[in-house]
Design a protein around this ligand. Structure first.
Ligand code: SAH
Length: 214
């Protein structure tokens, strides 16, 4: 688990790439500059890919989102210090690490037990301390810990799960990629008990948000 000057140099390059692609939020860019993304790859022989702006298949079914996508979603969330943020799809934990670095109290749910276990061990080793990691079905959110200042879904959802809308504070932001093959990045801002304002931000590609097995 080594972070070197070479890795730091590659991260600085990655930050420049993200800026060229339109990411402007300083805190988000600093978080990307800080987090050693290569350490979220299970196999160190893929180190060289870690700072390219691509998504990556890491181990059995495990994916780490493209840095641009992580930055874009993080920017839309507008995380403030001590915000309670719910993440659906912990995966590699990279997005979790970015949210933590932005000052959020992160609650994250992962549906694959293997990933949940691996990431639960990895994050503390890297000094990343989410408030709560859980193994479960993200469609249900985390009712016991609700409400949240913002919610981020990091898998492609066929629709907006109702429980997630219910678990968002008034004024809160829900960022969710919506669609089957291709997803439209969607931001819902909760206006009051019943109304949400919807904004759409172009196409992205995610692994699917899987329905509960039961
Ligand atoms: N946030 C991750 C992205 C992981 S890819 C990162 O930064 O790398 C999406 C993740 O969502 C996968 O790990 C997948 O197992 C998980 N997932 C899929 N369906 C889910 C569900 N219903 N509930 C919770 N997690 C789910």
């Amino acid at each position: 688990m080594k972070d070197t000057a070479k890795h730091q140099g590659l991260r600085n390059q990655l930050v420049k790439t993200l800026q060229l692609k339109g990411i402007t939020d300083k805190a988000v860019l600093e978080a990307i500059r800080k987090i050693p993304r290569h350490l979220f790859f299970v196999n160190s022989s893929f180190d060289d890919y870690a700072y390219q702006d691509i998504a990556f298949q890491i181990a059995a079914g495990q994916t780490i989102s493209q840095p641009y996508t992580v930055a874009f979603q993080s920017e839309l969330l507008q995380v403030k210090k001590d915000h309670k943020v719910l993440e659906i799809g912990t995966g590699s934990g990279y997005q979790t690490a970015i949210l933590y670095t932005l000052g959020a109290k992160v609650y994250s749910v992962e549906r694959q037990n293997e990933l949940f276990k691996t990431t639960s061990v990895l994050l503390p080793k890297l000094g990343i301390r989410p408030k709560h990691l859980s193994y479960g079905d993200g469609y249900k959110g985390l009712p016991l810990h609700a409400p949240f200042d913002s919610i981020i879904v990091t898998a492609g959802a066929p629709f907006v799960p109702k429980p997630l809308m219910a678990q968002l504070k008034i004024g809160g932001r829900l960022v969710i990629p919506l669609g089957e093959d291709v997803q439209i990045m969607t931001l819902l801002i909760r206006k009051n008990e019943t109304q949400f304002e919807k904004h759409e931000f172009g196409e992205f590609r995610f692994v699917p948000l899987l329905e509960d097995r039961n």
